[in-house]
Design a protein around this ligand. Structure first.
Ligand SMILES: C[S@@+](CC[C@H](N)C(=O)[O-])C[C@H]1O[C@@H](n2cnc3c(N)ncnc32)[C@H](O)[C@@H]1O
Length: 325
């Protein structure tokens, strides 16, 4: 039985125990052995938006961080290991779309790679997490989403989020693989934002067929083979390249998958596609995965299977940071 098949099996509530939680004795030991530190959920750090600039700010071309005040940006992660305690569920952020990312990811990316008032493009915008975060951080946002139902639902959520910085957020319905979608975004940029480029691209594609978002033939989750998936992903990188301002950043969020007992490193394959299309790699962060719906009640089965089958259970995904050459 493959790891994927295991998740389909029913399990009793009684055995619903997370073996490697850091709060269990076994989990604590594992965490100590690995030297892991979990960012405490309740520890409140100063927010970057609250830091007042110095009299002569030392600020880079692609964010608002004043290096004279670098010690005060307590909420910005600079390590490559992201152990996030729990999902930010404040405001209009929800976990209702199975497979959406935690808001902390676009939050961190925007603080590091954009200034207030700049424009962020999310090519797989799903439930609108990036655009909701745009409103909170004062960045304009454009999302591209294939499924009309998600375009409608995400726009509802985004519209309900307060807009203290008066930014413009729009979700474009379309297939990110097609040049006509890029042209739609280009027109929107010119007409609505009076600009030619965006300053940050965020990509959180389906991890191929791990989650079935729809039956739509253009949905990347329905690409017939790994190679087709990678070719489609590559097209999105190529099409959107011209939209991004030179020297600015693309952030890719992706995980790996198993197929018939074999680990398929989708993350490294997609990384290669970005590198082949005009970008250089700046960093790779490894982020913990906690309590995904698919695995929530079957932790013990996965562990038994892993012990018997000689594999490891996915507990991480990647956040990759690229700069346009
Ligand atoms: C992993 S989810 C992104 C979730 C998003 N980050 C969020 O937080 O809600 C991938 C999304 O890509 C969409 N998608 C799949 N193929 C697409 C395509 N060819 N063009 C545009 N969107 C696509 C899916 O419908 C799904 O909503």
């Amino acid at each position: 039985m493959s790891p994927k098949e295991i998740s389909k099996k029913k399990v009793s509530k009684k055995s619903d125990r997370v073996i490697d939680s850091p709060s269990s004795p076994a989990g604590k030991m594992v965490h100590e052995q690995l030297g892991l530190y979990v960012y405490p959920e309740k520890e409140k750090k100063a927010s970057t938006l609250e830091v007042k600039k110095s009299d002569h700010p030392k600020v880079s071309k692609f964010n608002d961080i004043d290096l004279n005040k670098w010690k005060e940006y307590g909420d910005i992660i600079t390590d490559s290991l992201w152990l996030i305690g729990s999902r930010d569920r404040s405001g209009m952020h929800t976990a209702e779309l199975h497979g959406n990312f935690i808001p902390q990811i676009p939050h961190q990316a925007m603080l590091r790679y954009t200034k207030q008032g700049e424009i962020v493009l999310d090519t797989f915008s799903g439930s609108g997490t990036t655009l909701i975060e745009c409103k909170r951080l004062g960045r304009h946002g454009i999302g591209i989403e294939l499924l009309p139902s998600l375009v409608k639902r995400s726009q509802e959520l985004i519209n309900k989020e307060t807009n203290p910085y008066n930014v413009v957020t729009k979700v474009v319905e379309g297939n990110s693989c097609l040049p006509k979608t890029t042209r739609k975004v280009k027109r929107l940029l010119q007409e609505e934002y009076k600009k030619e480029n965006v300053q940050l691209i965020i990509m959180h594609p389906p991890y191929h067929d791990i989650i079935k978002f729809s039956d739509h033939p253009e949905d990347l989750c329905n690409a017939p083979t790994n190679e087709d998936f990678l070719e489609k992903f590559s097209t999105v990188v190529r099409n959107t390249f011209e939209l991004l301002e030179k020297n600015r950043f693309l952030v890719l969020v992706i995980g790996d998958k198993y197929n018939q007992g074999e680990w398929i490193p989708l993350s490294f394959y997609t990384m290669q596609k970005v590198l082949e299309n005009g970008y250089k790699l700046k960093s790779i962060a490894v982020k913990n995965i906690v309590g995904t719906r698919a695995k929530r009640n079957v932790e013990h089965l996965w562990r038994r299977r892993a012990l018997g089958g000689g594999f490891y259970i996915f507990k991480h995904e990647y956040i990759m940071f690229f700069q346009k050459r």
